[in-house]
Design a binder for this molecule. Structure first.
Ligand code: IMP
Length: 178
């Protein structure tokens, strides 16, 4: 794997085991909350959420389907540009459906705010949000959160830096030298 020269993995923040147990908890809680709703549509935000979504949807017990959407705002940097751009839209119609947006991490919340505005215009029965990680700096409310993390750049379990480190099985803190 090509690794950016100006980065260094500092330490493991969440092990594979911790991640697995937390995903199981979330899947249990979400399944219980949606038990009387018929079917839930999990909307994974690419690319970062693909591993979390794959684990989460396989642990859930209520009827569910999966779709994906992709947005871009960071490029190769670690600071949000604030300008979120739709890169790939959903394949299906969400009118009348119970949508759960699944993100890898919520930082400033611009991505989530953009997606909520976009999806709500399409007439879903409900829209909720789930993020595996949330940075402890305020941000918008998120319905389901795996772990709160400090304001550091984290990678692995789907999360990247300049498209690297995504496939690490655990979550680690990355030092980025500018
Ligand atoms: P927000 O729009 O500022 O909330 O940023 C959310 C998006 O930024 C996430 O879906 C990630 O793609 C990316 N992001 C924010 N912080 C991190 C991080 O620490 N590691 C990897 N990606 C991050």
């Amino acid at each position: 794997m090509k690794t950016p020269k100006d980065t260094k993995l500092l330490r493991v923040l969440f092990s594979e085991d911790q991640i697995r147990r937390r995903v199981e908890d979330l899947a249990r809680q979400i399944s219980s909350d949606y038990a009387d709703k018929g079917e839930v549509l999990l909307v994974g935000v690419l690319k970062g959420a693909f591993i979390f979504l794959a684990d989460l949807c396989r642990r859930m017990t209520v009827p569910r389907r999966v779709d994906f959407i992709a947005v871009s705002s960071y490029g190769d940097r670690t600071v949000s540009s604030g300008n979120v751009r739709l890169v790939l839209d959903l394949r299906g119609d969400i009118r009348g459906r119970h949508v759960l947006v699944v993100e890898d991490i919520v930082d400033t919340g611009s991505t989530l705010a953009y997606l909520l505005d976009l999806l709500r215009l399409r007439g879903p029965a409900s829209v909720r949000t789930c993020a595996f990680l949330r940075k402890e700096k305020g941000g918008p409310p998120v319905d389901y959160v795996g772990f709160e993390v400090a304001d550091e750049w984290v990678v692995g379990y789907g999360l990247d830096y300049a498209d690297d480190y995504r496939t690490l099985p655990h979550i680690a803190i990355l030092q980025v030298n500018r």
